[in-house]
Design a protein around this ligand. Structure first.
Ligand code: UDP
Length: 476
């Protein structure tokens, strides 16, 4: 069904241009989607700053072995301030990244427009897929001939649905005084979700507001990194609230287990350690790329993991800076004295980039303590690994509700709102996930859902059909 033959003279029938927000969780998703589309022989251009493109390439999960390798286009978005993360800030949101986001959204606009004009003269159709938070960069693309744009949401459909309802005044998050039951009829009332104000600081809410106001007026559709077998209900809500758009659920993009044609890149030593463990005996602990923790918090986690008596892999890294190659002032958190000796061979602490998808795919991994970043949620769902949810900021508190109350594939760290979570609470949630009846129950649910999702991306499966319908649509 490949309709994208390259026409002599370099004229192609369709070409895709990806415009990510420069944060790891966002870069990953558009990069995975790029690989998926290029595996259908569609040329894909990945547009960003030189630094962030380098970051995306360095940390990508799979090799580029398709006949149309992804082409990276580096544009200059400097200068922007690049402070280190602040683990003692009152809001856990990584506000230090905001200057790099605004620089990318604003400075990419001009070079991108020139680039798209050139491409549009060489292709029957240019398909622009942009992060929903990069609208400033794609201002006016609808007016370029042969060009159509799709807004890409990097958060769960559940988070998008709640936000859409909120923007229409149909629902207000629960930590707000004006708690309502207005989302009755959309979601069950008892879902007690955090308000946007709790999830984001004011300055980032303003950034979100400005990017949403600038969304292309004639956008051709919206794309989600999810699938109907996971989030059918939320997608239906979105379709009811925004019927003017066509909504495409193209996920999951998780490359290792999903597609055997994509080879993994990892030879990290933790994989050999995992090989020696019992099935489902290891809890993987990681809080993504935007979490900065106080030393005090790190100490409590260390003690809690040690006391839990469970095998673990703990990724202990500070949040990324706006430029991950700027090594100035990188904080290296200290573990309690004698910690390595205390845990012996029972746990691994990884200080560098961990091969997360592969760790989750390994048979020895039986649980995932996560901040509920959307990539991490999708990666745990597709690999069938249950979670201990400890959300920090952004869409994470809402993803936690989705994972634990809607999908029931995880347990909650009840005291996640506390300034510092104690070692006792960490120990308790680890045991609950790994060795309790409740843990067993959510493990079964997670494995079942993982199987359903993996089947849905096989030939003829529901998710595969939606992806193929999208390919047919853009190559029409
Ligand atoms: N990741 C990884 N190794 C690490 C840390 C993170 O592979 O050491 C990947 C992880 O698999 C996920 C992404 O980085 O794809 C983090 O995205 P997520 O949405 O979970 O969290 P964020 O970093 O955006 O808060």
């Amino acid at each position: 069904n490949n309709q994208n033959h390259v026409i002599p003279g370099n004229y192609v029938s369709v070409v895709v241009v990806m415009i990510p927000l420069p944060a790891q969780g966002h870069l990953n998703q558009l990069l995975h989607l790029s690989h998926l589309l290029s595996s259908y022989d569609i040329p894909v251009h990945f547009v960003g700053s030189a630094t962030h493109n380098r970051q995306a390439k360095l940390r990508r999960v799979h090799n580029d072995e398709t006949s149309h390798p992804i082409q990276f286009h580096d544009f200059d978005i400097r200068p922007y301030p690049c402070p280190p993360p602040n683990p003692t800030a009152t809001h856990k949101f990584p506000s230090h990244l905001i200057p790099s986001f605004t620089a990318a959204a604003n400075h990419l606009h001009r070079p991108l427009a020139t680039f798209l004009h050139t491409l549009s003269s060489k292709a029957k159709r240019v398909v622009v897929i942009h992060d929903s938070l990069m609208s400033s960069a794609v201002q006016g693309v609808d007016t370029i001939s042969n060009t159509e744009s799709y807004t890409f949401h990097t958060v769960s459909a559940f988070a998008v649905a709640l936000h859409s309802l909120e923007r229409q005044g149909l629902f207000i998050g629960s930590s707000n005084d004006k708690t309502t039951t207005l989302y009755d009829g959309y979601f069950p009332k008892e879902l007690n979700v955090a308000s946007m104000e709790e999830c984001f600081p004011k300055e980032f809410l303003e950034f979100i507001g400005s990017q949403f106001r600038q969304l292309p007026k004639k956008g051709a559709g919206k794309i989600y990194n999810t699938c109907r077998v996971i989030e059918g209900q939320s997608l239906e809500v979105i379709e009811r609230v925004e019927p003017q758009f066509r909504h495409w659920a193209l996920g999951p993009f998780n490359p290792v287990k999903i597609s055997s044609s994509m080879k993994s890149c990892s030879s990290h030593s933790c994989m050999a350690w995992l090989d020696q463990q019992e099935p489902r005996s290891v809890i993987y602990v990681s809080f993504g790329t935007t979490t900065a923790m106080k030393d005090e918090q790190i100490k409590e986690i260390a003690i809690g993991l040690a006391r839990s008596d469970q095998k673990f892999i703990w990724v202990l890294r500070d949040a990324d800076k706006g430029d991950v190659f700027d090594v100035g002032k990188v904080r290296k958190s200290k573990l309690p004295e004698g910690y390595k000796h205390l845990i012996g061979d029972r746990g691994l602490v990884i200080r560098d980039w961990a091969p997360q998808v592969e760790i989750l795919s390994h048979w020895a991994t039986g649980g995932f303590m996560t901040h509920c970043g959307w990539n991490s949620c999708m990666e745990s769902i597709t690999t069938g690994v249950p979670v201990a949810a400890w959300p920090m900021h952004s869409d994470q508190p809402r993803n936690m509700v989705l994972m634990t109350m809607v999908l029931r594939v995880g347990v909650v760290l009840q005291v996640w709102r506390q300034e510092v979570v104690t070692a006792d609470a960490v120990e308790e949630v680890v045991r609950k996930l790994m060795v309790s009846e409740e843990g067993e129950e959510v493990r079964k649910n997670a494995e079942k859902l993982g199987n359903v999702v993996r089947q849905s991306v096989e030939d003829g499966g529901e998710s595969r059909r939606e992806l193929e319908a999208f390919i047919a649509h853009i190559t029409r």
